[in-house]
Design a protein around this ligand. Structure first.
Ligand SMILES: Nc1nc2c(c(=O)[nH]1)N[C@H]1C(S)=C(S)[C@@H](COP(=O)(O)O)O[C@H]1N2
Ligand SMILES: [Mo]
Length: 506
């Protein structure tokens, strides 16, 4: 397909880029098949590890819901360009003429570079020994990636002078080769397109839009979703078990069915991500059904000296909280969300719900509960985020909609306020940037663990108005006015919505 391109640098680069796009696609498919994290996935995880939380938080603040697609697009672009650069570099090294020695040596060199340099740099150890999937599978995956890259590069990049010329070869042979190359080229473009599309759908985070006042219970399909994963686990309930281990008298292993048969409770609870910005959308309320964590612990019998409980998900994400928190009535291991089994996005088959602390401790795809007597640091704590992670009192204006800059008329200001399990005692709004504050009407909470809706009549005059909101928690403590980014303890500050009221046309 590159027949027409004579300029050999360009040709080598394009060939390498195509070859790596296809090899990347193959690696993702193989990774899924073998249960090994694929190269793009490793790189994405590495990016979250290497970047300090302050930077991550600034980036997320700047790009909001576009962050994940952006990061994934950048990784995909880097991967493809990297393939092009390698194609270009090796194209220069190669002596003209066909032969199998060069590709073989090159494939081996690339494979060794991957397993002996890249994998250790990505935190997986030499040959991937320290990765959960182990060295054999990792080495195999990378061998296949290197091999497919080299083979495709050969197919695309072989310079024209190594082809039999039309004078020397029977014409139909030349034509067949051309057709073959065209077909491979088209397949590679298609593969790259599929990879791109697939990355894009993976990267999309559901982003609830709210034209009016926020629904008090968030529909499951609008519920925000956050995870560390490039690809979330898809747990098969028949193969799933919950393990309760560590400092317990009788370790437990429960099947999905056994768990469903335990006495359960239903409760409304609001989840909020610690990365949520002031006025942000990374929160939602649902009705959950599950078994109290305290019941599991009582069955297993906690041994003296235990201080913390460590929860681990199927994606090997883990987090912990104090044993006392685990034994509170509101701490649930939930299997239903809004009357249905959990969706895989929200942690099927089982997830933790822990009142009063941020979303990151609400481990999804839960497979293990371990009782310990030391200060465990979870996935995000190792990256500098708060360990207590107590939810800050916050409030948000949803009406008038913050996206609207101008409005012809308005009759109310409204939104939500949340203070974990401390409850909300009052909400006040200001229409003059905090000069004066007016009380808002607060709807009774659905449970001790949810946000509240609030509303205030407002009949504004034309012109600009700077709306602010603030809430006080159940103890009467007013939320912090000081503005802080989410990292490392969760955002603080008042939500501000500037709006211009346009005089009605008469
Ligand atoms: N196993 C696992 N659980 C996890 C996470 C994760 O990456 N893996 N992310 C946490 C974070 S940061 C948040 S905010 C909540 C989000 O839950 P949701 O997607 O159901 O809204 O899940 C938490 N539980
Ligand atoms: Mo989160």
């Amino acid at each position: 397909m590159l027949q027409g391109i004579k300029y050999s640098y360009l040709r080598a680069f394009i060939a390498g880029a195509f070859a790596n796009a296809a090899a990347g696609l193959l690696s993702v498919a193989l990774g899924l098949l073998l249960g090994v994290p694929s190269p793009p996935q490793l790189i994405q995880e590495m990016a979250t590890v290497l970047l300090p939380p302050v930077i991550t938080s600034i980036i997320i603040g700047m790009f909001q819901e576009a962050t994940r697609p952006l990061v994934l697009t950048m990784i995909a672009a880097g991967w493809i360009v990297g393939g092009g650069v390698v194609g270009l570099a090796t194209g220069r090294l190669r002596r003209p003429g066909p032969g199998w020695k060069f590709p073989l040596v090159m494939g081996l060199a690339l494979w060794l570079a991957a397993v002996m340099v890249l994998l250790p740099v990505l935190g997986q150890g030499l040959f991937g020994v320290s990765a959960p999937a182990g060295a054999v599978l990792h080495s195999l995956l990378w061998l296949l990636v290197a091999a497919s890259y080299v083979i495709l590069l050969e197919a695309f990049a072989t310079p024209p002078h190594t082809l039999p010329s039309y004078e020397e070869a029977p014409p139909d042979r030349g034509r067949r080769r051309l057709v073959l190359r065209l077909a491979t080229g088209v397949a590679a473009v298609a593969a790259a397109a599929v990879l791109g599309r697939w990355l894009w759908t993976l990267a999309r985070i559901p982003w609830p839009g709210n034209g009016g006042l926020t629904p008090e219970i968030t529909p499951t399909e609008d519920f925000y979703a956050v995870s560390k994963n490039f690809l979330d686990p898809d747990v098969n309930e028949a193969q799933w078990n919950l393990e309760v281990t560590g400092l317990v008298e009788r370790p437990l292993t429960l099947s999905y069915q056994e768990m469903l048969e335990l006495p359960s409770t239903e409760q409304y609870l609001t989840l909020m991500c610690i990365s949520n910005e002031v006025g942000g959308d990374l929160m939602g309320t649902a009705l959950w059904r599950g078994v109290r964590l305290a019941d599991f612990l009582a069955r297993a019998g906690v041994r003296p000296g235990a201080t913390k409980v460590v929860l681990t998900g199927d994606d090997d994400y883990s987090d912990s909280f104090p044993l006392k928190k685990a034994q509170e009535l509101g701490t649930l291991l939930a299997y239903h969300m809004n009357g249905e089994p959990l969706t895989s996005t929200h942690g099927f088959p089982l997830r933790a719900l822990v009142p009063n602390i941020y979303g990151m401790k609400n481990v999804k795809w839960l497979k293990r509960v371990e009782v310990v007597d030391y200060d465990f640091k979870g996935y995000w704590q190792q990256r500098g985020w708060s360990d207590d992670a107590v939810i800050n009192t916050s409030s948000r204006i949803d009406l008038p909609h913050p996206g609207e800059q101008a409005k012809e008329n308005a009759s109310a200001i409204g939104g939500i306020a949340f203070a974990g399990s401390r409850g909300i005692s009052r909400v006040e709004v200001s229409t003059d940037y905090g000069e004066t504050w007016l009380p808002a009407e607060v709807k009774e909470a659905l449970s001790p663990y949810t946000w509240v809706l609030w509303l205030r009549d407002w009949h504004p005059t034309p012109g600009r108005h700077d709306l602010l909101v603030r809430a006080a928690d159940g103890d009467g403590e007013l939320q912090t006015e000081e503005r802080h980014r989410p990292s490392p303890d969760g955002a603080t500050g008042y939500d501000l919505v500037p709006i211009r009221i346009i005089p009605p046309v008469s």
